[in-house]
Design a protein around this ligand. Structure first.
Ligand code: GLA
Length: 370
């Protein structure tokens, strides 16, 4: 049921009754974030027992900040985001958003199911990208606070049959939880009433230094993938599953991102075929950054991950603090099924049938090495 749950949970309290100092404590608080599509939009702040803080808006399901302490106890956000809605209402490259119905590209915006052809918007060169003109990143989702003791927020949306050209009424809910272990757990559920395709992801841009003035080329990355999907010049898979060995795509051992990026035209923007062979929640990648001591581990039930090095960021967009967001200012690890799967029968299927339950989980776990 897609019912708006009206609530107010402000678990901001005086931690120390001996002082007048107000400290935020574990829970979820809600504040107004503006208006989109004629509806009020909110910002939810999830705080865990360590004092780490994640803010999420029900506009696009966007994770707008993730504030945590580095090894010197300095707090900053490790994801790119704005502190007001206007930045998100303007054009931006999916900062922190839920991406769907189909995260990544579908060649020429065309696919068929049971010989019925579907046509989607062309919004990326000759291809369809990230759900179309008004994808899940640009919608107002229905929010429900699920739990304030383990801060957890659910966002729901009913995507109507034919929306953005996709078949079937698709009911989606996305659950965000911030655990005391500094994990952001994102669970995606969906059902449809007509055979359709689906590939949901989150498009957070990480910079573990907490400062976009530093690029991510010194971040060290390891991905548990012996293969990647080779692409054509428009970033559509050729169908080949290519070994990473001996290529700049070999991140099987922890490697500085900048080490070989110049040999990859434009930078990394590729789907890695994870070594995991089932849909269990498995650790698939680790990113670390020496100066902050921060480490980000990624776990997923998905078979692939798009590693994107912010190649199209060009300094024109600025943070709320006025800093330019330049090329490689952040990296994305978008857990997913492979791009263009609806047109590649050999790839794991992205078809969802009526009666089936789409369920995927991704966990981003942050820690600090002192
Ligand atoms: C994904 C794509 C990139 C780019 C970004 C958004 O990561 O693979 O090519 O479109 O989204 O700018």
């Amino acid at each position: 049921m897609f019912i708006a749950t009206i609530f107010t949970l402000l678990i901001t309290s005086c931690n120390n009754t001996n002082t007048n100092k107000m400290e935020k404590s574990k829970g979820i608080s809600k504040s107004s974030f503006g208006t989109a599509d004629g509806k009020e939009v909110f910002l939810y702040t999830l705080i865990n027992s360590k004092g780490s803080e994640i803010t999420i808006t029900n506009f696009g399901g966007i994770v707008t900040s993730w504030v945590s302490a580095d090894k010197n106890n300095i707090k900053s956000s490790i994801v790119l985001g704005y502190d007001s809605l206007s930045g998100y209402l303007a054009t931006h490259p999916y900062f922190g958003a839920i991406v769907g119905r189909y995260g990544n590209r579908i060649a020429k915006g065309k696919f068929s199911i049971d010989s019925v052809a579907y046509t989607l918007a062309i919004n990326n060169g000759p291809n369809h990208l990230h759900g179309g003109l008004k994808g899940f990143d640009k919608l107002v989702w229905e929010p429900t606070v699920e739990n304030d003791s383990v801060p957890s927020l659910m966002l729901s949306y009913l995507s109507k049959d034919g929306e953005e050209g996709y078949p079937g009424n698709l009911k989606v809910d996305v659950h965000y939880t911030l655990t005391d272990e500094d994990e952001l757990k994102i669970e995606y559920n969906a059902t449809t009433d007509k055979k359709t395709v689906i590939n949901l992801t989150n498009h957070s841009y990480f910079n573990l230094t907490g400062d976009v003035s530093n690029n991510i080329l010194d971040h060290v990355l390891q991905i548990d993938a012996d293969h990647f999907t080779s692409v054509d010049s428009t970033l559509i898979p050729t169908g080949d599953i290519t070994p990473v060995k001996g290529t700049p795509f070999d991140f099987t051992q922890p490697t500085k991102i900048g080490l070989r990026i110049d040999s990859v035209m434009g930078g990394y923007d590729h789907n890695f075929v994870l070594n995991k062979t089932d849909a269990s929640l498995t650790k698939i990648a680790t990113v670390s950054e020496e100066k902050s001591g921060r480490v980000l581990e990624v776990f997923t039930t998905e078979p692939g991950v798009q590693f994107y090095t912010g190649n199209f960021l060009d300094g024109k967009l600025k943070t709320s603090g006025g800093k330019s967001i330049g090329q490689h200012a952040a990296l994305c690890l978008e857990t997913q099924h492979f791009p263009d799967s609806p047109n590649e029968p050999s790839f794991p299927t992205t078809i969802l049938l009526p009666g089936q339950k789409y369920h995927t989980v991704t966990v981003y776990k942050l820690s600090v090495i002192k």
